[in-house]
Design a protein around this ligand. Sequence first.
Ligand SMILES: [Zn+2]
Length: 189
Amino acid sequence: MSGSKKRVVLPGEVVGTSEEFLPGEGTFEEDGKIISSKLGIVKYNDKDMSVSTEPLNPIVTVQKGDIVIGVVTGVRETMVIVDIKKVEGKDRGITGETLGTIHVSKASQGYTKDLRKEFRIGDVVRAKVMQAKPSIQLTTAYPEYGVVKALCTRCRGPMLRKGTMMYCPKCERTETRKISSLYGKMKGF
Ligand SMILES: [Zn+2]
């Protein structure tokens, strides 16, 4: 048996014998046989002589405590709607609910009067998940959370950070945001 070829197995399928291998993740041993306990790809590990079954498509869902990156799709005085694009540390796309909200009370460490001055549609934000079910609730109330990329509301070009303000070099105008300390430093955004 070779570890280089991808072989998909069903639960209950024999993936080796206990003379050859040790049962690893996603397998169990029965009557001298090693059997897969789930649908997945068989992996033979030559180092510890184990065999395991790895899931075909590891599902990424938004969980409480996750740090997420998303795009602002709606802004009201007391609530921001964010379409979550990525969970930090996970390469795969998100399965399931991706829309989260930031309530005005969770936008910054201080008092926020009107979210329309802190977030704009199209901005990229980094936020922490406070609650994942039944709805995704986010917070940006820490310095490292908030807007990591802002688009000028007039020309839609990227804005530069100028102290505590956002500046569009093209339009020569400033705007306000709840700026993350990671503004302009996020890879891919
Ligand atoms: Zn502009």
